[in-house]
Design a protein around this ligand. Structure first.
Ligand code: NAI
Length: 298
């Protein structure tokens, strides 16, 4: 089936202006779409847009895009104040908190606002796309559109079909992700999809090693990176993803497999979440980060 990407005239709405939403908004704006960014934290969308413009400026300074392209992409971004301002969207990408009920409620509210042609993409890392779509009048319009962190840099996008997802919707999202310069793959809505399923043991075994006192995080990370050839070890990667997000994903996969011990969440990570030590975004996780530092303090 030859299906076209969304036309560049289509408005892309991104809901959730956190790490992922901001990155996805940047990708869509650079591709050429008018983009509206909405967050329920007052000022968050505008702040994210300023961050994206600064990011685009840096890319232009490094010669990775022209100054004119950076400026034009920056101008295509607009903050929205409420769902009604997304009424003309052709695609809505949701990147809010990893919680089934909150995502379901958002899509139900959205359905009352947007046109019948509008496609819904959820950036969920692990929640069943079938379950997210279940409350919709037209569940066929929803699919997973799962980017990786940081979205502007990571090529892979999982296009996840729930049981009710229309094949044409999945194909349009696949073609759109490809048009945005990404490498999409189709996946079915199984717990954790592809990447977050195979990544669970990567984190879990690192956490078990730490729990058993086999070595400290820095040693385990260094071994995995330098001897294993991974770009990041499990602890630095969890710090980058955010422990609230990573722990929610682990719990969701564990629940989805009827509490299979292979996916048992770690009490160490539960403690970090309870303490609010969420990783880079809060300045502390397994490592401490100086303000704005990319690398953990030694
Ligand atoms: P984040 O915590 O950085 O950002 C979430 C944003 O959503 C916050 O700004 C929050 O104010 C906003 N928000 C929460 N509820 C909202 C609502 N009802 N309406 C509007 N805005 C709302 O989280 P992050 O990391 O960007 O994750 C977002 C989603 O993307 C989650 O589903 C997560 O599982 C998924 N994801 C995360 C990845 C990561 O590495 N952090 C990678 C791929 C997917």
């Amino acid at each position: 089936m030859a299906v076209n990407a969304l036309p560049l005239s289509a408005v892309v709405a991104v809901i959730g202006a956190g790490a992922m939403g901001a990155g996805i908004a940047q990708v869509a704006a650079v591709a050429g779409h008018p983009v509206r960014l909405l967050d329920n934290r007052p000022g968050a969308a505008q702040q994210a847009i300023e961050g994206i413009r600064a990011q685009l400026g840096k890319l232009a300074d490094k010669g990775k895009m022209t100054a004119e392209a950076a400026r034009a992409a920056g101008e295509r971004l607009q903050a929205a104040e409420n769902l009604a301002q997304l009424a003309d969207a052709g695609l809505v990408v949701e990147a809010i908190v990893e919680n089934l009920e909150v995502k379901r409620a958002l899509f139900r509210d959205l359905e009352a606002v947007v046109g019948g042609h509008c496609i819904f993409g959820t950036n969920t890392s692990s929640i069943s796309v079938t379950a997210i779509g279940a409350g919709l009048q037209n569940a066929g319009r929803l699919a997973g559109l799962h980017f990786f962190n940081p979205a502007p840099l990571m090529a892979l996008v999982e296009v996840v079909s729930g049981l009710a997802t229309d094949a044409a919707v999945a194909e349009t999202l696949f073609a759109t992700a490809a048009a945005w310069g990404k490498t999409p793959v189709h996946a079915k809505s199984t717990p954790g999809f592809i990447v977050n399923r195979v990544a669970r043991p990567f984190y879990a075994e690192g956490l078990r090693l730490l729990h058993e006192g086999a070595a400290d995080c820095a040693t385990i990370d260094a071994v995995v990176r330098e001897a294993g050839g991974f770009r990041m070890g499990p602890f630095e990667l969890m710090d980058m993803i955010g422990h609230d997000v990573n722990f929610a994903v682990t719990r969701s996969v564990w629940n989805a497999f009827f509490n299979d011990q292979r996916f048992l969440p770690s009490l160490i990570q539960q403690e970090l979440v309870d303490a609010g030590f969420l990783g880079r975004k809060t300045g502390r996780g397994f490592y401490s980060y100086a303000a704005g530092a990319e690398r953990p303090a030694p």
